[in-house]
Design a protein around this ligand. Structure first.
Ligand SMILES: CCCCCCCCCCC/C=C/C(=O)SCCNC(=O)CCNC(=O)[C@H](O)C(C)(C)COP(=O)(O)OP(=O)(O)OC[C@H]1O[C@@H](n2cnc3c(N)ncnc32)[C@H](O)[C@@H]1OP(=O)(O)O
Length: 424
């Protein structure tokens, strides 16, 4: 026990805070086992298992695996300490050095146990395999499931970064209306694939009806107002699980959610070193066949698109983050990281990518065990004070947008986007 605690304390002291070993019980569990149990064959099998991981376990876990691998094969850290600016190798050195004089056999056991602990969590990830646009019964653009008292509405156009086309707007409204009436306690929105959502599908502007663009803009304004209204009036706790970058309306609507949890997916440390040509880094990198992840960001490029704020953000954002910060986002299009969005109050909590799905869904399942009527009534007490104002703001935002969609600024911006890959 003392050894385990020492390893944990060492790791906590020497690792950068973002990489601190927080899994003391996990280290303790491994240390209490008979170190001899993991044979060389088990160790080799685990190394092969790591190569087959479908999802990136996150930098924290990868550094632990690296450190345990080196300790099990070479013993205590024998690398010269890298300089402070050599971030990647310094993080690796810290992780390895933190294991101190942990015996090779114990390190081998820890490695085997850590790898075997990864597969259930990865299997239980709430993500559907990115790229497989699996259709749910009744929905073309969403995967809607209901279990453990939670109705989960997952945007399912991963190949289009979950851009919201007209069909998806309608399906989200239908799914929310159904969720408001089903026996679930809370409702969750999340994205399939590496994006939460890239916002309005810009091809929505291309199919012009016989009545012309004016009619299109008018109809869209009516539909958008109804769409945002569903979020204003939703009666149950509505929670966003932001699994990747969010753009446009998928960001502005967050001001109408009751909680927003985001993954702090930082651009892979590996990517920044890929050009560094470190032999070990390549070896370390090659042991994980993982897709590169996008840093979770929050971007509302309305001015760039010749448009204007929607989703009640012209009212909610100044209230949430101050007028100046709201201006930076809504008018000047400043892109926020998950941490910045959390500091500004738009995001409730940020989780490390490696534990995001597990931690968030554990918490949501606990929320879903709370008395449903108390949840609804408490939400109503809060929302009813703002409901009338929110509907008035929504109506005004949609009217302004209706005019914006007819402007040259908007048309040019949409044409530029769609023509960049010869869309037109
Ligand atoms: C009930 C209502 C009815 C209709 C209402 C219509 C009007 C409502 C409007 C409400 C106001 C909303 C405003 C907004 O949401 S503004 C924000 C709009 N979004 C964007 O401007 C983002 C555009 N996309 C991008 O900038 C990039 O794609 C992105 C940075 C998101 C990702 O870049 P990356 O290089 O990683 O990936 P690709 O660009 O190659 O994307 C992969 C494919 O997905 C397509 N894609 C992605 N996002 C969109 C999008 N928003 N609209 C359309 N298509 C999108 C992209 O074109 C690629 O497609 P191909 O593989 O076919 O090339």
């Amino acid at each position: 026990m003392a050894m385990a605690y020492l390893a944990w304390r060492l790791a906590r002291r020497s690792c950068p805070s973002s990489l601190q070993v927080t899994s003391f019980p996990v280290v303790q569990l491994h240390m209490n086992r008979t170190a001899m149990r993991a044979s060389q064959k088990d160790f080799e099998n685990s190394m092969n298992q790591v190569k087959l991981l479908k999802k990136d376990p996150g930098n924290e876990v990868k550094l632990k695996l690296y450190a345990l691998y080196k300790q099990a094969t070479e013993g205590p850290c024998n690398m010269p300490k890298p300089g402070v600016f050599d971030l990647i190798n310094k993080a690796k050195w810290d992780a390895w050095n933190a294991l101190g004089s942990l015996p090779k056999e114990a390190a081998r056991q820890n490695y085997v146990d850590l790898v075997s602990s990864l597969s259930p969590s990865l299997e239980s990830s709430s993500q559907v395999e990115p790229g497989t646009d699996r259709k749910s019964t009744g929905f073309e653009t969403l995967v809607v499931t209901s279990e453990d008292g939670i109705t989960k509405i997952m945007f399912n156009r991963p190949k289009k970064k979950n851009a919201i086309n007209t069909e998806m707007y309608h399906e989200i409204m239908r799914a929310l209306k159904a969720a408001s009436k089903d026996d679930s306690i809370i409702t969750v929105l999340t994205g399939n694939g590496d994006y939460y959502s890239s916002g309005n599908d810009l091809t929505n502007f291309t199919d012009i009806p016989p009545g012309g663009v004016e009619e299109k803009a008018k109809n869209n304004a009516v539909l958008l107002r109804e769409f945002v209204g569903c979020f204003i009036d939703f009666p149950k706790p509505l929670i966003a699980v932001v699994n990747g970058p969010a753009v446009g309306i998928s960001v502005t609507l967050l001001g109408l959610f009751d909680a927003v949890y985001a993954s702090d997916r930082v651009s892979q440390l590996l990517e920044s070193k890929r050009s560094g040509k470190q032999r070990e880094m390549r070896a370390f990198e090659s042991s994980f066949s993982v897709a590169s992840h996008k840093q979770a960001t929050f971007h509302t490029p309305f001015s760039h698109l010749g448009q204007s704020p929607e989703g009640c953000s012209s009212y909610t954002f100044p209230k949430i983050m101050s007028p100046a910060k709201a201006t930076e986002m809504l008018i000047f299009g400043k892109k926020l990281t998950a941490g910045e969005a959390c500091a500004q109050g738009l995001v409730t909590e940020v989780f490390p990518d490696s534990t995001f799905q597990k931690e968030v869904w554990t918490r949501l399942k606990a929320f879903a065990k709370l008395p449903p009527n108390a949840l609804r009534i408490s939400k109503e007490v809060i929302r009813k004070r703002e409901r009338e104002k929110l509907h008035a703001v929504n109506a005004e935002e949609c009217n302004v947008l209706q005019g914006r969609w007819l402007s040259d600024e908007c048309t040019n911006a949409v044409v530029n986007f769609l023509s960049r890959k010869s869309k037109l």
